[in-house]
Design a protein around this ligand. Structure first.
Ligand code: ADP
Ligand code: MN
Ligand code: MN
Ligand code: MN
Ligand code: MN
Length: 346
């Protein structure tokens, strides 16, 4: 008999949430469907999600993709966490996003695109490419760079992009970032006809892409940090800029709707900051292409704003906007949920 390895992946109860996974061996499937993957359980007392005396939690498969690392016939199975009574666990932020989409969000046809920044660390505890003692040369030549003097970790970055493509993840692009050892991948809308770019699918893809970069870097003894400010001082933090549009912003005259959306976002600024990542105050300082955490600003082409309207959107009069506030360690389910709720007035 032929078998398949299915990697069950879920979010734990840590702050910020981290990924957990374990492998289930299942009979080989000619054509896998979501219900080909049985529910499974685990010890929630070991993932900051339950007490030892009532520790069993339930993994419910909600989205699977081909496993690009183990190859054909193997799967990555993203799961939501439920308690024994069948209620979503309090850490189950995906369920909260589903609720907002079902309550009317979906009618506005929201599209999202995340720019996920992250930093590689070597075994020495310094970012990849940094000297063991002291600092590299100041920021300037590293962003979108090429060559071994400025770009560190490309082997992993390339393997990751190939893995995402092979798995059908909506990866839009990759680039080296401003701080040496820091990179970005974008997941979301990429203008391909018929592709689902709703916030639930794309947020699932972000978590799966995060899992893949951890897993691929693991083989190279490199660790991946989603920390908002991985190195203190005059070094760029790591964000997760979130590009967002709804039917109304993409239609003729959509810029007017974008301005309304920005007003609504301004009213909820501090509420959103609460769920836009951990250590956000260290990153949103007003320096390094950020707007200060206590301020809310919007602007065309302005990388010091909370919300940036891209120049080409302004020129066309419709399109999308970029929320620059979320940190690299923010939860895409929560960011999407707040954007849909606020922009669609739900
Ligand atoms: P930046 O110039 O801020 O670095 P990137 O090129 O890194 O921007 O990323 C652009 C992002 O915008 C991608 O994640 C893409 O999915 C997203 N995007 C493009 N158009 C739309 C749209 N209409 N709605 C939502 N997101 C969009
Ligand atoms: Mn970018
Ligand atoms: Mn970036
Ligand atoms: Mn940046
Ligand atoms: Mn950006």
């Amino acid at each position: 008999m032929k078998f398949t390895k299915s990697e069950y992946i879920w979010l734990d109860g840590a702050t910020p949430a981290a990924l957990r996974c374990k492998t289930r061996i299942l009979p080989y499937m000619e054509e896998a469907k979501l219900d080909s993957f049985p529910e499974w359980g685990y010890d929630g007392s070991s993932t900051y999600q339950a007490q030892g005396h009532a520790s069993d939690l339930v993994l419910k498969p909600v989205h699977f993709i081909n496993d690009p690392l183990r190859g054909q016939g193997h799967y990555l199975v993203l799961c939501e966490v439920f308690d024994e009574q069948g209620n979503p666990h309090e850490s189950n932020t995906r369920a909260k996003l589903r609720k907002v989409l079902d309550a009317g969000g979906q009618n506005h046809e929201p599209w999202v695109g995340f720019e996920q920044e992250y930093t590689f660390f070597s075994g020495h505890g310094t970012p990849l490419g940094w000297p063991q003692k002291g600092y590299p040369k100041p920021q300037g030549p590293f962003y979108c760079s090429v060559g071994s003097e400025t770009a560190f970790g490309r082997k992993i970055v390339e393997r990751h992009a190939d893995a995402c493509i092979a798995a059908g993840i909506c990866i839009y692009g990759i680039n080296a970032e401003v701080m040496p050892g820091q990179w970005e991948f974008q997941i979301g809308y990429r203008g391909i006809e018929g592709e689902s770019v709703d916030p639930l699918t794309i947020s699932d893809h972000v978590w799966l892409a995060r899992w893949l970069i951890h897993r691929i870097a693991e083989d190279e003894n490199v660790s991946v940090s989603f920390d908002a400010k991985p190195v203190k001082g005059d070094w760029n933090g790591a964000g997760m800029h979130t590009n967002f549009s709804v039917k109304e912003t993409r239609e003729q005259g959509g810029l007017e709707f974008i301005h309304q959306a920005i007003k609504s976002l301004e009213e909820k600024h501090m509420e959103h900051i609460e769920v836009y990542g951990y250590g956000l105050e260290e990153r949103l300082t007003g320096l390094h292409e950020t707007c200060h955490i206590t301020e809310f600003k919007s602007g065309v082409s302005d990388r010091g704003a909370s919300i940036r309207i891209p120049l080409h959107v302004k020129a066309k009069g419709h399109g999308y906007f970029e929320d620059r506030r979320p940190s690299a360690n923010a939860d895409p389910y929560q960011v999407s949920q707040r954007l849909v709720q606020t922009v669609c007035n739900l």
